[in-house]
Design a protein around this ligand. Sequence first.
Ligand SMILES: Cc1cc2nc3c(=O)[nH]c(=O)nc-3n(C[C@H](O)[C@H](O)[C@H](O)COP(=O)(O)OP(=O)(O)OC[C@H]3O[C@@H](n4cnc5c(N)ncnc54)[C@H](O)[C@@H]3O)c2cc1C
Ligand code: HEM
Length: 415
Amino acid sequence: MLSDRSRPVVEATLPVVADHVEEIARRFYAGLFTAHPELLDGVFNRGNQAQGSQQVALAGSVAVFASALVQTPEQVPERLLSRIAHKHASLGVTPAQYEVVHEHLFRAIGEVLGDAVTPEVAAAWDEVYWLMAYALVNQERGLYSARGVRPETVWREWEVAERVQETADVVTFRVRRVDDRLVKTSLPGQYVTVRVPMPDGVRQPRQYSLTRADDGEHRQFSVKRVHGGDAPDGEVSTHLCDRVRVGDRLTLSLPFGDVVLDDSGRPVVFASAGIGITPMAGMLSHLAVAGSHLPITLLHADVDEESFALREQVLADVRRLPGATVHTWYERGAHGTLPVDSVHAGVMDLDDVDLPEGAAYLLCGPLPFMRAVRSALLDRGVPACDVQYEVFGPDLWQADAQTEPSPGAVPAGAG
Ligand SMILES: Cc1cc2nc3c(=O)[nH]c(=O)nc-3n(C[C@H](O)[C@H](O)[C@H](O)COP(=O)(O)OP(=O)(O)OC[C@H]3O[C@@H](n4cnc5c(N)ncnc54)[C@H](O)[C@@H]3O)c2cc1C
Ligand code: HEM
């Protein structure tokens, strides 16, 4: 909790920090990478750096955390912290690096806000930073120690055992262990960071959801090629889809991620769009292996049936689950040959289907899709705490920390 001395100072300066957060973030990264170029090799994602707005995630979260400390001092923003801690752990972030980030973040704040940063203001924001840093370091320490690793040893080599072209743009990789060490189990819905050496020699990390339950030998994930349009094509997804073949080696982190199936025995509703099917496929696979009898509803939106990645695996798992139903929405019309419970034309509309009472909801897909589904659910009286969502990028939405705008129609499905 913030001290009584710092709270009014943080409250008074929050608007000015929030107003300048983009400039602070830009200067922070510039200073950090000049002093520590090694952080660009295998730690930070240069695709996110290139998209200027996404740089805001780290500095912006400090502002979100500060406003939570001021507005609801008795409540820690658990989901915000846990998402960051899992992401950090999947990249092997170390406690010592918090000093480095502190130095460059506070230098950037000083440069941008100038004289407004009196010693009193600096001390109050220092307190915010270290409250957040210690909370993260503690969570990350717990995540590493639960898996018996250190930050440096989250990585492991695997060999590509199978490669399946799921759709025109999605490839599934099934990798096999190459040593005789135990394969640590994942929780349903978790992801790994895949760290790939790029042609210029720099390693680039990206997260991919696991799409199949553990079998002690393999991991499986599915990658959608990112077309850049006017911007460059996605570098890691294109490399994986175009270049990586059976027999090649890949470096994966241990599985992390906090958007996981709970075991409360409640009905579960999955709502996905496009490549957002991947964590759902992983969770359905876990449920099928466990012989679950839970009422499960899968709602999936896509361009058309041919674009529905992992459809055969997903439907085979659904057939093994006596309480499961599947409903699809296709932008190109209600055509399809898959054995599903209903097919609809257009974008996902929750009014088309009956939803179970008291369910846990898991969403994954493009942000506009998740915003609209979440708003529609909240409008129906579903408590916000029953709706979890996975963002395939830095979480700039932070719906759990904000009031949502009023709902609109659920926009196009493919992500
Ligand atoms: C928890 C989590 C789980 C995920 N699970 C999956 C999954 O299961 N399957 C999956 O396919 N993906 C998943 N992702 C997304 C994945 O991690 C990558 O973000 C995705 O593959 C794109 O990476 P890339 O290297 O191909 O694109 P990048 O090279 O990182 O590019 C990303 C975007 O930035 C744009 N860009 C790049 N350079 C510039 C520039 N100079 N100017 C302007 N724009 C630029 C690109 O056009 C592109 O739109 C997940 C992400 C997270 C965080
Ligand atoms: C209190 C300090 C810190 C805060 C508040 C913070 C916050 C964040 C946030 C909000 C994200 C985005 C998470 C998401 O939604 O995916 C993130 C990602 C990340 N953080 Fe931190 N972080 C801190 C310290 C550090 C440190 C010490 C390092 C180590 C160098 C680090 C490295 C990273 C990396 C590499 C990512 C992923 C970036 C990307 O994929 O573009 N962070 N952090």
